[in-house]
Design a protein around this ligand. Structure first.
Ligand code: HEM
Length: 590
């Protein structure tokens, strides 16, 4: 008995050996349970076509590595499949869709609106802003924000679009005749335009130019993309141990520093009763001063009696109201279709009739946010900050990429550039006058070139959703199971040979109305579509037309490369790895 008692612990083993003895069966049981709980996912996934991956890890190794090679590999492997391609990234099922009929099902739905888990890496930066939020919060904020990008509001930005575009032209003089990366200029300009329009502050109120902010955003996107591509960096704990985490903190200081300052300065003006863009007020004052000066000079020259310029004593609020009223009486453009970046026939909440928008809602973005906060609990200070961060990011990086691709393509296709320039000369002649809203409607060929740029090089090349319900596709007898991530591969959709006869050829005539009419609405969705479409779509198109036409009225663009030399990288926003290298020559100089 005595012996038995002594041996008993040895027979049962030490606590650690018991642990190891139980570990294996526990793991096996857990694995069986895990597989069974995902049986539905595996069953339906097995029926989906896609490139063959490795056992267990699937295509994990395809998404690890430099950004440009990952993008190329994923596109290359998906391309041979006609409508849809499935890939396993470890345990994660990702399904790429690029048939317009399936894209319509996903994007037009009010059910499949939850963003994929990859968007969670944006959280420290954008919080629960419009891009990543979901449910009731997204719904109510979308309803609040969409009208602030209504055409009536946008028309009041035209002077600022013009003024900032001229500013870029002046800055570009430093690069005359040299090959340089135009993306830096486009980034800085798009940040400053956003500050002055949607945010309604003057760029003079900032210590530094938008350049530092734009560069911090670019670096931040690199970090987020690195997290997408590394299994280790995806883990929150491991991430905090890396240099990326420290750098993220530094970058967020710059990014949030600017947005905090913007809100503070706008709030201060708001509390003093000032509404509307402070930059707009400054610009109007400057124009008035110029008018007075010119009138005085004229008077001196000719001894002419001149009528006095408009009073400068009106309050900012009155002026902002005046601007808004003026814009309401300007020509009412067709609201749907090409001019605003989507297929004719597609409509979303930006296409509401003018009369459906209440008076108060005709405010620019940050004005409306502050007004709503003042009037009740529609939006809190934290939420305003999240939305400002979201609009600042979404509103600048996308248009910086779009305009840089446009200039690169103009540089490559001199014959097409000739036609754009001829159109602009037809509209403006020799005049240096700023563009009006009506002019932008007449830039038909430039518009087609812009659309073709967004087709071939969509700044947002992938739109990903996480399915909470199964999705039965239209293109074939396929069901994508709930739990999967569905990705609209815009870049493949836009180059679908069944839709575009020569998908890899830059041909602005793809957007001739007669060609458009025969195409599926969802074959062109650079701004997404449906309930989660881009709220900045019209803003982006109007701004890009003014910015790019101003550049091409002043410079001719050249490029030493062709599209086949582009090394595309999709670190959130589509870019050229080698930079957007172009050369400019002032127009009129031979
Ligand atoms: C060429 C320029 C632009 C392109 C190609 C573009 C593209 C897109 C796309 C594809 C989405 C959907 C993303 C997704 O579902 O994952 C989106 C969403 C969004 N965009 Fe844009 N965008 C552009 C410019 C702008 C501008 C100028 C603003 C604001 C001033 C803006 C604000 C937003 C916001 C807030 C969302 C989220 C909307 C929501 O989820 O309800 N974008 N954009």
């Amino acid at each position: 008995m005595e012996m038995l008692r002594k041996d008993a612990p040895a027979a049962l083993g030490t606590p650690s050996s018991v642990f190891y003895l139980l570990l294996l069966p526990t793991l096996v049981l857990w694995y069986i349970y895990w597989r069974l709980s995902r049986a539905h996912l595996y069953r339906l996934a097995d029926r989906l076509p896609g490139p063959r991956g490795l056992p267990i890890v699937g295509h994990l190794f395809d998404v690890i590595g430099p950004a440009s090679s990952v993008f190329k590999t994923v596109i290359r492997k998906s391309a041979p499949f006609e409508h849809i391609a499935k890939m396993w990234i470890g345990p994660k099922l990702v399904v790429f869709i690029y048939d317009p009929r399936d894209v319509e099902l996903l994007l037009s739905s009010h059910v499949y609106i939850d963003k994929a888990s990859e968007y969670k890496f944006f959280k420290p930066w954008l919080g629960d802003g419009l891009l990543i939020s979901t449910g009731q919060k997204w719904r109510s904020h979308r309803k609040l924000i969409a009208p602030t990008f209504h055409l009536n509001v946008l028309k009041s930005f035209i002077e600022l679009f013009n003024e900032n575009s001229l500013n870029v032209v002046r800055k570009l003089r430093a690069e005359d005749g040299r090959t340089f990366d135009c993306h830096d200029y486009m980034s800085e300009a798009t940040v400053e335009i956003l500050l002055e329009t949607a945010m309604g502050v003057s760029k003079k109120t900032q210590d530094k130019s938008g350049f530092e902010y734009a560069m911090a955003v670019m670096r931040m996107c690199d970090i987020l993309h690195a997290r997408h591509r590394s299994i280790f960096l995806r883990n929150e704990f491991i991430f905090t141990l890396t240099r990326y985490y420290k750098e993220q903190g530094r970058l967020l200081n710059i990014i949030h520093g600017l947005t905090t300052k913007v809100i503070r300065s706008k709030k201060a003006a708001f509390e003093q009763g000032t509404r509307g863009s402070l930059a707009q007020t400054e610009l109007q004052q400057k124009l008035q001063e110029q008018q007075i000066q010119q009138a005085k000079e004229k008077e001196k020259e000719h001894g002419e009696l001149i009528t006095s310029p408009p009073s400068t004593t009106a309050t900012n609020e009155t002026k902002a109201n005046q601007t808004q009223t003026q814009t309401q009486t300007q020509s009412q453009a067709p609201v749907a279709g090409l001019s605003y970046g989507q297929s004719a026939g597609l409509k979303d909440d930006l296409d509401v009739d003018d009369n459906d928008i209440g008076e108060k809602k005709r405010l620019a973005f940050l004005d409306l946010m502050l007004e709503s906060a003042q009037n009740g609990a529609l939006i809190t200070d934290t939420e305003i900050k999240e939305q400002v961060d979201t609009i600042m990011f979404e509103g600048h990086d996308t248009t910086a990429a779009g305009s840089s691709f446009f200039l690169s393509l103009m540089g490559i296709h001199q014959d097409i550039q000739d036609r754009v320039i001829a159109e602009l000369d037809g509209i403006f002649g020799d005049s240096k006058r700023p563009a009006t809203f009506q002019d932008t409607l007449e830039m038909k060929y430039l518009e087609r070139c812009l659309m073709e740029t967004l087709r071939m090089f969509p700044p947002v090349p992938l739109i990903a959703r996480e399915l909470q319900e199964d999705l039965k596709l239209n293109s074939g007898n396929y069901i994508i199971p709930r739990g999967a991530t569905v990705t609209v591969a815009t870049i493949l959709l836009h180059r679908n040979p069944k839709v575009y006869a020569n998908p890899n050829v830059f041909d602005p005539d793809n957007f001739l109305p007669e060609r458009q009419v025969n195409r599926h609405y969802y074959a062109f969705v650079p701004f997404s579509a449906g309930p989660r479409s881009c709220v900045g779509r019209k803003y982006a198109m109007l701004k890009l037309k003014i910015l790019l036409s101003t550049i091409l009225r002043n410079y001719r663009v050249y490029s030493d490369l062709s599209e086949s030399d582009f090394k595309l990288q999709a670190d959130i926003i589509l870019k050229r790895e080698e930079g957007f290298r172009v050369r400019l020559q002032p127009r009129g100089a031979s």
